[in-house]
Design a binder for this molecule. Structure first.
Ligand code: SF4
Length: 184
């Protein structure tokens, strides 16, 4: 079960995407100097498929990505809602519809054991360390990855600084560099 506090349309969390960012509560992490301590509380409304549809509806055609900000308390549910987004708003080349991409901002250093990246296009990993700053800080420890099936060797290379293979061996995790104008 996941709960969300609010959502916003943002431009800098995922490069080149117009993103509907959903702030998820009940964060189980305890990063010293936490930038959003209210997100550690059990507050907000249930994040269901119909709730996410309600958020997307007014912005359909404008947003290109949905990003789950948090959700480490129930990663399986993050994957399930991401699957709903991908299934409900798919890419259709014949109709020239790009589909809605999905992203997950986790506060953990690694993917949960057995986590399936199938329905995610982007993942951010790494706890928040106040002295290093968030993803937009040049000194950050956090990493943003583009997720690409291993068989897809034509995947994104622009802005690539490094890549690794997911623990299940099924996906390339291509490190994304944050554009210079995004950096703090
Ligand atoms: S993951 Fe984010 S919300 Fe959770 S404790 Fe760390 S900084 Fe706070």
């Amino acid at each position: 079960m996941l709960k969300y506090v609010n959502f916003d349309i943002v431009f800098q969390e995922i490069p080149d995407e117009v993103t509907l960012a959903v702030n998820i509560s009940n964060c189980p992490n305890r990063c010293p100097g936490c930038h959003s301590p209210w997100l550690r509380e059990d507050i907000g409304d249930l994040l269901t498929a119909s709730a996410i549809d309600g958020m997307i509806g007014p912005y359909l055609g404008d947003i290109t990505c949905v990003c789950f900000m948090g959700g480490d308390g129930d990663p399986g549910e993050v994957a399930r809602i991401a699957a709903h987004v991908k299934d409900t708003y798919p890419k259709d080349e014949e109709l020239d519809k790009p589909g809605i991409k999905t992203a997950w901002y986790s506060g953990c250093a690694e993917l949960p054991k057995g986590f399936d990246l199938k329905y995610l296009d982007f993942v951010k990993l790494g706890p928040y360390i106040e002295s290093l700053g968030g993803l937009k800080s040049p000194s950050t420890n956090q990493k943003l990855f583009r997720i690409v099936p291993v068989e897809d060797q034509s995947g994104p290379t622009q802005g690539k600084t490094e890549e690794e293979i997911s623990p299940d061996g099924r996906y390339r995790m291509v490190r994304m560099a944050m554009p210079r104008n995004f950096l703090e």
